[in-house]
Design a protein around this ligand. Structure first.
Ligand SMILES: C[S@@+](CC[C@H](N)C(=O)[O-])C[C@H]1O[C@@H](n2cnc3c(N)ncnc32)[C@H](O)[C@@H]1O
Length: 278
C-alpha cells in the first residue's frame, strides 16, 4: 500500500501517480528528488526503494519543511507528543503562526517544536497551503476545518519508516543536480511555469521561482542527460516547454488543481511529464 505524505502540499502529485509510476525505470542505483514538497512520488515508491535497498535523497529549499522531514524520520514519538499539545482554534492558530514575526520566535523552539508547528499549520491553515511573504513569514489564513487530523500517528509512523536511511537536505536545485551520476533516477517537480501572469504561484519560498530558474533548471537537466542520468520532470503544459526541453519526450496529462484561492475553485488543467527515459 502507498504511504500517504505527512503534509498536504500545493502541486501534490498524488492524483498523477497513475501516470507517473509507469514511467519510472525498472532499475536504478539512486532515487533523487530536488523539489520534494509533500513527497507524494517518493512515498508511493518507498517500499520498492527499501525492498531493493536503493538509496534515496530528498531535498527542498524550504528549511521548515526539511526540518519536519528530519524530525519525522528521527523523532516520531517526540513529534507526536508535541502535536498532541496543539489546540484547534483561530486564536491559538494565529499565535503559533505569528512566531516567525517575533524576534527570536522560531529560534526559541527546539527542532521537534518547529516541526510540530509546521505540521500543525499545514493541517489547520486554509487549503493546506504553505506560503510566505517577502520577509519569509507564513501568511496563510486559518482554514476553519471541523476536525483536522493534527496528530495523525499512522501517517507519521509510516512516513518515519519510509524515511529511514534517506538523505534529507536543504539547498537549491542548482547545487544538487551537478552531484548526480549515471545510474541515478531523478524526479523533478519544480514550481510550475505560469499559465498566465496572475496564476504564477511562486511563493513556496522567499526567493520565488521565475523564468531564470526555469531556464537554469532546463540547462542542468540537459547537462544531466549528457552524463547519462535518467530524469522525469513535471510542469505546466505550456508552449515554452518545447523550447526549454526540445529533444526530450513531452507527454500531456490532465490534472485537477486549486492553485489559486480564486472564486472559480478547482480547474482541470493540462500538465506535462518530460523525460529522457522513453
Ligand atoms: C511543486 S512543489 C513539489 C510538489 C511535490 N512533488 C509533491 O508531490 O507534493 C515545488 C517544491 O519546490 C521547492 N522549491 C522552490 N524553489 C526551489 C529551489 N530553488 N530549489 C529546491 N527546491 C525549491 C518548494 O519549496 C516546493 O516544495
Amino acid at each position: 500500500m502507498n504511504v500517504k505524505p505527512f503534509v498536504k502540499w500545493v502541486g501534490g502529485k498524488r492524483q498523477l501517480l497513475a501516470k507517473i509510476t509507469p514511467l519510472i525505470p525498472e532499475a536504478f542505483t539512486r532515487y533523487i528528488e530536488p523539489f520534494t514538497g509533500g513527497g507524494a512520488v517518493f512515498f508511493s515508491l518507498s517500499k520498492r526503494l527499501q525492498d531493493g535497498q536503493i538509496p534515496a535523497w530528498l531535498n527542498d529549499i524550504n528549511p521548515e519543511l526539511v526540518n519536519a522531514y528530519q524530525i519525522v524520520r528521527d523523532r516520531p514519538d517526540a513529534l507526536l507528543a508535541d502535536l498532541h499539545t496543539h489546540i484547534h482554534s483561530k486564536d491559538y492558530f494565529l499565535s503559533i503562526r505569528s512566531l516567525d514575526r517575533q524576534v527570536g520566535g522560531l529560534s526559541s523552539l527546539t527542532p521537534v517544536q518547529r516541526a510540530s508547528r509546521f505540521i500543525y499549520l499545514n493541517r489547520t491553515a486554509f487549503n493546506g497551503l504553505y506560503r510566505v511573504n517577502a520577509k519569509g513569514q507564513f501568511n496563510v489564513p486559518f482554514g476553519q476545518y471541523k476536525n483536522p487530523a493534527i496528530a495523525d500517528a499512522d501517517t507519521i509512523y509510516s512516513c518515519s519508516k519510509a524515511l529511514q536511511k534517506v538523505k534529507i537536505s536543504c539547498s537549491s536545485f542548482d547545487k544538487l543536480l551537478p552531484q548526480t551520476n549515471e545510474g541515478d533516477f531523478i524526479y523533478l517537480d519544480p514550481p510550475y511555469i505560469p499559465l498566465n501572469k496572475t496564476s504564477y504561484f511562486t511563493s513556496y519560498s522567499q526567493t520565488g521561482f521565475g523564468h531564470t530558474e526555469q531556464q537554469k533548471l532546463a540547462d542542468l537537466v540537459r547537462d544531466m542527460d549528457k552524463r547519462g542520468v535518467r530524469f522525469l520532470a513535471s510542469n505546466a503544459y505550456v508552449p515554452e516547454l518545447n523550447n526549454l526541453y526540445s529533444g526530450f519526450t513531452i507527454i500531456e496529462v490532465q490534472a485537477t488543481r486549486a492553485i489559486n484561492a480564486n472564486k472559480d475553485g478547482r480547474h482541470a488543467i493540462s500538465e506535462a511529464l518530460i523525460t529522457n527515459i522513453l
